[in-house]
Design a protein around this ligand. Structure first.
Ligand code: SF4
Length: 385
C-alpha cells in the first residue's frame, strides 16, 4: 500500500474514534491518566501513561516517523497491510539481492507473520554470518526517526555494522512519541529483563539498500478505530495474564493455535487473524478478572472481551441460529410473566431451546417449583406477618 494512502487510512481511523466518543471531542487528557493499581513502581506508572499517550497520537507519530526516517538517502518504509504484504516484500528482497543465508533471533512478530515457513519455502540457510539478518525492534522513535533496539554484550551493535542486509519488522503500534519516552521505556524494560538485555541502541539507518523497515498493520488499525479495544495494542506481551488465567491453565496453547495465547489473545486474535476463525476465543473468557489484577499496564481485558462480543453481534459475525437462540432467551428472561410461569411450562420452554445441550448422559438440572421472584415476594410477605 502506498504510504500516503496508508497515513490517510490511519487518520480516518482516528476520526472514527473521535466520532465514537459520544460525538464529543476526544479528551486526550483523560486517556493519559495512569491506571496502575497493580504496582507501586512509579516508573511503570509513567511507562503506562507514555505508551497510552503514544497510541493516542499514533497517526501523527507515524507521519513524523516516516518523515524523519525517509529524509536520509532515499530510505523507504514498506507499509504492509497484512502478512502477505510482508512476505511478498521479503520475497522481492531475497530474489533481487540473491540471498542464500539468514540470521534471526526470536520475536513474537516473526511467528505472527510466519517467518519460519517463509525461510523454509525460500530454502534459506541459517548462518551467523548471513546475507540477511532480522533485527528485533523494540520501538520506533517518532521525533528522531530512529529505531530502538535492545542489546546484550554488544552483540547486536556489532551485527548492525557488519556487511549483512538488516531487516526490521515492526507493528504500527510500536511507534513512541519522543526519545525521552523511549528512554523511559528502555529503563523500565531493561530493569525487568536484565538477564536478557543490558543496553539499548538508537539506530538510524543511513544506507539505502542496507536497511529495510517493514511497518505492519495486520488488523491493528481496525483495533485502533475501536475506543475500548485499541488499548490492547500497548500490551508488552509479558505473559503475566496468561499465567493466572483459569481457562488458559486448563486448555493451554493448543486451542489458540497461534503465537498469542491467553487473555490478551482473546481480545486481539479475531482482529490479527480473522473474526470467523478466532471469535470463539472471545467467548471462552469466564470474566473472573484475574488477568487485569496482574497486568503491569492494567489493561482492562474483561471490558475488551465484552466489547468484542458486542462487536461480533453488531457486525453479524455470530451464527444466525445462535443469534435467534440468544434473542429468544433475552425475550424470555426479560418478561416477568414468562419467568413466573409454572415449573412444567418453564421446563418445556428450556427443553425446546437446550435439547441439544442436555442429553442422556448430562441431564438438565431440575427447576425450582416457583420462580425466584415468586419466592422472594413470598418471603417478604411472610416476614411482614
Ligand atoms: S499482563 Fe498485560 S502486558 Fe502482560 S501480556 Fe497480559 S495484557 Fe499484555
Amino acid at each position: 500500500m502506498d504510504s500516503n494512502m496508508y497515513l490517510d487510512f490511519i487518520k480516518d481511523s482516528k476520526s472514527i474514534i473521535e466520532k465514537n466518543i459520544d460525538g464529543k471531542e476526544n479528551d486526550n487528557s483523560k486517556s493519559y491518566i495512569p491506571i496502575l493499581s497493580c504496582t507501586q513502581c512509579n516508573d511503570t506508572e509513567y511507562l503506562s501513561s507514555v505508551l497510552r499517550k503514544s497510541l493516542e497520537n499514533l497517526d501523527e507519530n507515524l507521519i513524523k516517523f516516516d518523515g524523519k526516517y525517509s529524509s536520509k538517502n532515499g530510505l523507504k518504509i514498506y507499509w504492509a497491510d497484512d502478512y502477505n504484504d510482508v512476505l511478498s516484500g521479503l520475497h522481492t528482497i531475497v530474489s533481487k539481492k540473491n540471498i542464500k543465508t539468514v540470521y534471526y533471533q526470536n520475536d513474537y512478530l516473526y511467528d505472527e507473520v510466519g517467518l519460519n515457513d517463509f525461510i523454509r519455502k525460500e530454502k534459506l540457510i541459517y548462518s551467523d554470518n548471513a546475507d540477511v539478518q532480522f533485527i528485533k525492534v523494540e520501538k520506533l522513535v517518532a521525533d528522531t526517526g530512529s529505531i530502538l533496539i535492545f542489546d546484550k554484550d554488544m552483540l547486536v551493535s556489532g551485527r548492525l555494522d557488519n556487511k549483512s542486509i538488516n531487516i526490521f519488522l515492526v507493528g504500527i503500534e510500536q511507534v513512541i512519541s519522543t526519545i525521552a519516552d523511549a528512554e523511559i521505556y528502555s529503563k523500565v524494560m531493561l530493569s525487568a529483563c536484565e538477564n536478557v538485555y543490558d543496553s539499548s541502541i538508537f539506530y538510524h539507518p543511513v544506507l539505502k539498500g542496507k536497511d529495510y523497515l517493514f511497518l505492519i498493520d495486520n488488523g491493528r488499525s481496525t483495533m485502533l478505530s475501536m475506543k475500548k479495544q485499541r488499548e490492547a495494542l500497548i500490551c508488552l506481551h509479558c505473559g503475566r495474564c496468561k499465567n493466572v488465567c483459569s481457562v488458559y491453565n486448563v486448555v493451554g496453547n493448543k486451542p489458540y493455535n497461534n503465537v498469542f495465547a491467553g487473555p490478551i489473545a482473546s481480545v486481539i486474535l479475531p482482529f490479527f487473524e480473522t473474526i470467523e476463525s478466532y471469535k470463539h476465543v472471545s467467548y471462552a473468557c469466564l470474566m473472573c478478572g484475574s488477568c487485569e489484577k496482574v497486568c503491569p499496564l492494567s489493561i482492562p481485558i474483561r471490558d475488551m472481551v465484552i466489547e468484542n462480543r458486542k462487536y461480533f453481534r453488531e457486525n453479524k459475525c455470530v451464527d444466525s441460529s445462535d443469534n435467534s437462540r440468544y434473542m429468544a432467551y433475552k425475550k424470555m428472561v426479560t418478561n416477568r410473566n414468562k419467568m413466573n410461569k409454572s415449573k412444567f411450562l418453564r421446563s418445556r420452554t428450556l427443553k425446546k431451546y437446550l435439547s441439544k445441550t442436555f442429553r442422556k448422559k448430562r441431564k438438565m438440572p431440575p427447576l425450582e417449583v416457583s420462580s425466584f421472584n415468586k419466592q422472594y415476594l413470598q418471603k417478604i410477605e411472610n416476614n411482614g406477618k
